[in-house]
Design a protein around this ligand. Structure first.
Ligand SMILES: [Zn+2]
Length: 443
């Protein structure tokens, strides 16, 4: 099995672009997609939380297209951690684990009732899939409320006993309905707990490791638990939120490390994750196209090595980490003249161009904010040359014009692809630039 995970809490392409992605993923040979919906479906059990990107009818088209192309869909519902998007709302505040927004308290009967009703709805909306992903990652506050703390103290597995019992109950519910549950496995190594008897034996443990090493001790330790274990890479995960693109080479290295483990027979099935935010309430990682190298490497590692994007990808990575005075225009010019038969490849390069321009705008803004005060500070001691001041003001004004031009270009590009959440995304990329450029020199 070679699966993709699509996190939908960030920007979502419009329906036509989404159908193109489904076609592309199926043609690339992926067997299935884990869809991390969060509030992108109008859940009947969570009324009022729907953040529409696709309409329910458009979702039906996406699911039908995946079926036609022979790709399974596995819905992901978080069952303990990463429920910020629910628990941030006052009407669910009483379900928070010790007041924390990210985590639901499994000791509350209302929480159990809500999760079971939601799971029923997930199963009903996906009547024909084999797998249900129940999340289970990053439960930082496991066992902290008084009720959970008492239970953790009484459990032979401590805090982890709470998660195993809670998620185990929901996994059994999934198996009783004839489906196979998947869960993230990071809490096993975070708590150094290597017991999974509370989980039904069919439960798939997903060992996500996003580094480039490949010598992850968690893999063998989880495999000793006698559950099916899948490996998980990250095509996209956390990166510096002030930029529009992350370093891509390290993501590809991570994917290739997992691919080597598969070829060596150390793991059979892989899930390549594609994250959209660090959590529901942090800056969104932006449109999908720029991360195409990771999708290509996950689909076929050998083909990626020969792909015409590969040398450009290396150059873009270098440019995104070069010193701030590096002139990126020559590379931008070459990217603008690049062409390819696949429109997704062309879109990837187009996003790289926009990302390099945005990087230049960030550095110009930082220059205004940090360098100009150094000149101004000299004024009381030595005076300030009015010509020099005028020149610096003029430069700042040019930078403002360039930043605004970037905003307009990015807006047009994102709209053309039907992306959701465009105003939020552009605000998060522009806010720092605007604040820096507002520090007009000499004022
Ligand atoms: Zn609790």
């Amino acid at each position: 099995m070679n699966w993709i995970h699509l996190d939908l809490k960030g920007m979502m392409p419009g329906v036509e672009a989404m159908l193109r992605w489904i076609d592309w993923l199926a043609a690339a040979g992926f067997d299935g997609v884990v869809m991390e919906y969060e509030d992108r479906l109008p859940w009947r059990v969570l009324p009022g939380l729907y953040r529409e990107a696709l309409t329910p009818e458009e979702w039906q088209r996406v699911w039908a297209r995946a079926r036609e192309r022979g790709m399974q869909i596995a819905p992901l519902m978080q069952t303990q951690g990463h429920l910020e998007w629910v628990l941030m709302h006052d009407e669910y505040a009483h379900l928070r684990e010790d007041g924390h927004w990210n985590e639901i308290c499994p000791s509350r009967p209302e929480a159990q009732n809500l999760l079971r009703a939601w799971l029923d709805e997930v199963l009903a909306r996906h009547p024909d899939g084999r797998y249900i992903h129940l999340g289970g990652d990053e439960t930082w506050h496991l066992g902290t409320c008084p009720d959970c703390r008492r239970r953790a103290e009484a459990s032979p597995h401590g805090r982890m006993g709470i998660l195993l019992e809670h998620v185990g109950g929901l996994c059994r519910y999934v198996t009783s309905r004839g489906r196979l549950p998947m869960i993230w496995a990071d809490m096993f190594w975070r708590t150094n707990t290597w017991s999974a008897e509370a989980l039904p034996p069919e439960t798939i443990l997903i060992d996500w490791q996003y580094g480039s090493g490949g010598n992850w001790p968690s893999l063998a330790a989880l495999q000793r638990l006698e559950h099916p274990v899948w490996g998980a890479s990250a095509i996209r995960s956390g990166f510096d939120a002030k930029y529009a693109l992350a370093p891509l080479g390290m993501r590809v290295d991570n994917i290739l490390a997992w691919e080597r483990l598969r070829r060596a027979g150390s793991v059979e099935h892989l899930l390549h994750t594609f994250w959209a935010r660090t959590n529901s309430l942090t800056p969104n990682y932006g449109p999908w196209e720029g991360w195409l190298p990771g999708f290509l490497a996950a689909a076929d590692a050998a083909a990626w090595e020969r792909h015409p994007l590969k040398p450009l990808c290396d150059e873009v990575d270098e440019a995104m980490t070069a010193p701030e005075w590096t002139d990126l225009d020559p590379l931008i010019g070459r990217l603008e003249s690049f062409t390819h038969d696949d429109s997704l490849v062309r879109d990837c390069v187009a996003w790289w161009v926009l990302s390099l321009q945005q990087r230049q705008a960030v550095h110009h803004a930082v220059e205004v904010a940090l360098r100009n005060p150094a000149y101004e500070a000299v004024a009381p001691y030595r005076g300030i040359d009015p010509d020099a001041l005028a020149a610096r003001r003029k430069t700042a004004s040019q930078y403002r014009g360039q930043a605004e031009a970037w905003r307009q270009s990015a807006l047009a590009w994102l709209k053309a692809h039907g992306y959701s959440d465009v105003p939020e995304y552009l605000a998060s990329k522009m806010a720092g630039i605007e604040r820096c450029l507002a520090m007009t020199p000499g004022v």
